[in-house]
Design a protein around this ligand. Structure first.
Ligand code: F6P
Length: 341
């Protein structure tokens, strides 16, 4: 078989581990050949590709980013885009595609499958907000980066008797804030799933100082103040209709200082959470997902995606990943809040 591989959406530690597993297993076990499409759906849309052999994936396991490049190109948003992708992939003599991406990329994969082009998906996002899989690779790396940052921020906050607000990624789901905040001993965690009350946040900051703690407030970029709306940093939306979020950290820090009188600063972790080498957990998860994906393609199980269920790697319909996103349930927040001063 000849199979195309692409990585779409925001990059994520572990993408190269998936590509490596697909190519190594596919070549060695079944003698398949691979084409790497460049920059997400832009590759098959504009016929930009490279040949991918065993030699091309050597040494990339620990490498962050993606050797194939990525983009948020959406063939559905371009007139005739979906048909163009199908024509180009067929003209290249490929039997199908392995698409590694989040809900946007897998949403396009689903449409292509329904239009007759075989695609197997591999779920990816640092946000961990994809349904049908217990964890996405990249999430563990991001959480570790948040944890290490909080460990460092605690010492400087304490030395200066300051409150620090740490803004982390997470558009509509607060998994990074929750797990990063729990692992790093945050004093408050604000997530998009529950609007926060500024007065309550300030009361809690005062309580922390009274208890002798210089508090750290972790806020998802998509956290929303009650009677307010999410904060954006740019006009317009991307090809999948997403606004660019950001600014909640600075917004909050200003108001906390104003209302409590305690000096408050903000730190935006931003793309630091997405860059660099994956953790051991993400390398193993990405490798297992990639290995199962090429097996699915080999067996013609198109229209599926690989998932982690407990400790097993399984297949699920692509539709399960894109129909609904996985958000933080209230009981997980209560669990973390029970530890605040
Ligand atoms: O979807 C993953 C994600 O990391 C979100 O948490 C964040 O809002 C977004 O990507 C940022 O994407 P970009 O780098 O394209 O602005």
């Amino acid at each position: 078989m000849k199979i195309g591989v692409l990585t779409g959406g925001g990059d994520c530690p572990g993408l190269n581990a998936v590509i490596r597993a697909v190519v190594l297993r596919g070549t060695r076990e079944w003698g398949h050949e691979f084409t790497g499409y460049l920059d997400g759906w832009k590759g098959p849309l504009e016929n930009e590709s490279i040949e991918l052999g065993v030699g091309d994936v050597r040494g990339i396991l620990a490498q962050g980013g993606t050797i194939l490049g990525s983009s948020r190109t959406n063939p559905e948003a371009i007139e005739g885009g979906v048909d163009q992708v199908i024509d180009n992939v067929r003209a290249a003599g490929l039997d199908g595609l392995i698409a590694i991406g989040g809900d946007d990329t897998l949403g396009v994969a689903r449409i292509l499958t329904e239009s007759g082009l075989g695609v197997v998906g591999v779920p990816k996002t640092i946000d961990n907000d994809l349904n049908a899989t217990d964890y996405t690779f990249g999430f563990d790396t991001a959480v570790n980066i948040v944890m290490e940052s909080l460990d460092r921020l605690h010492t400087t906050a304490t030395s200066h008797h300051r409150c620090l607000v740490v803004e982390v990624m997470g558009r509509h789901a607060g998994w990074i804030a929750l797990h990063g905040g729990m692992a790093g001993g945050a004093d408050q965690i604000l997530v998009p799933e529950e609007e926060f009350d500024l007065e309550q946040v300030c009361r809690q900051v005062n309580r922390s100082f009274e208890a002798g703690v210089a508090p750290i407030v972790v806020a998802s970029e998509g956290a929303i103040p009650a009677e307010g709306s999410e904060l954006t940093t740019a006009e317009g939306t991307d090809a999948f209709g997403h606004v660019r979020l950001g600014g909640i950290g600075g917004w909050l820090a200003e108001r906390i200082e104003e209302n409590t009188g305690h000096e408050t600063r903000s730190v935006v972790l931003g793309h630091l959470q997405r860059g660099g080498t994956p953790t051991a957990f993400d390398r193993v998860l990405a490798t297992r997902l990639g290995s199962r994906a090429i097996q699915a393609a080999n067996e013609g199980e198109w229209g599926t995606m690989t998932t982690l269920r407990g400790t097993s790697i399984e297949l699920a319909p692509l539709a399960d990943a894109v129909d609904e996103s996985k958000v933080v349930p209230p009981e997980r927040l209560r669990e973390a809040q029970a530890l605040f001063d």
